[in-house]
Design a protein around this ligand. Structure first.
Ligand SMILES: Cc1cc2nc3c(=O)[nH]c(=O)nc-3n(C[C@H](O)[C@H](O)[C@H](O)COP(=O)(O)O)c2cc1C
Length: 141
């Protein structure tokens, strides 16, 4: 019996081996935007999960566009080097194709990591002024 899920999908010049796609999942484990050893494990594992396509977590286009201090970015040469290193290894040793979710957190920026409370950064937590298309607050504080 043929299966749509496990049949190839041509997409923008890339052929995915199947239609299983891993959604982007923030890990809050970067160092000033730079992907870490955690990402090597996380994305390396997903590269060999059998999924046809893995989307890298929300990757922020500027430092103040991050949700938290642990979010991945692509706003410095160091960020580019760190993520490039992880993706090169994942592609060398894994089977999945990779995409990336470019992001700007807007009103959601300057927040604590979920396990730190997940609300706004306090004055002693190196907060920053958020930049967004709307002036409506995301939440209290
Ligand atoms: C740990 C975790 C991290 C997530 N990070 C992101 C993210 O970086 N970008 C995004 O758009 N959605 C993110 N999401 C939301 C998921 O991509 C997805 O939209 C959500 O889990 C709802 O899908 P579901 O109904 O299939 O569970 C995250 C979800 C989880 C559980």
């Amino acid at each position: 019996m043929s299966s749509a899920l496990f049949s190839p999908l041509p997409l923008a010049g890339v052929e995915l081996p199947n239609r299983l796609v891993v959604a982007p999942m923030c890990q809050y484990s970067a160092d000033d935007g730079a992907a870490s050893d955690w990402h090597m494990m996380h994305l390396g594992m997903l590269a060999n999960s059998g999924a046809g396509l893995v989307i890298v977590e929300a990757t922020h286009v500027e430092r103040h566009g991050r949700i938290t201090h642990g979010c991945v970015g692509l706003y410095s040469d160091n960020n580019e080097l760190a993520l490039g290193h992880v993706i090169a290894a994942a592609k060398t040793f894994g089977t999945a194709k990779f995409g990336v979710q470019l992001a700007h957190a807007g009103r959601k920026a300057s927040s604590q990591r979920p396990w730190e409370g997940g609300t706004y950064l306090r004055p002693n937590e190196d907060p920053w002024q958020t930049i967004a298309p709307s002036a409506l607050p995301f939440g209290e504080g």
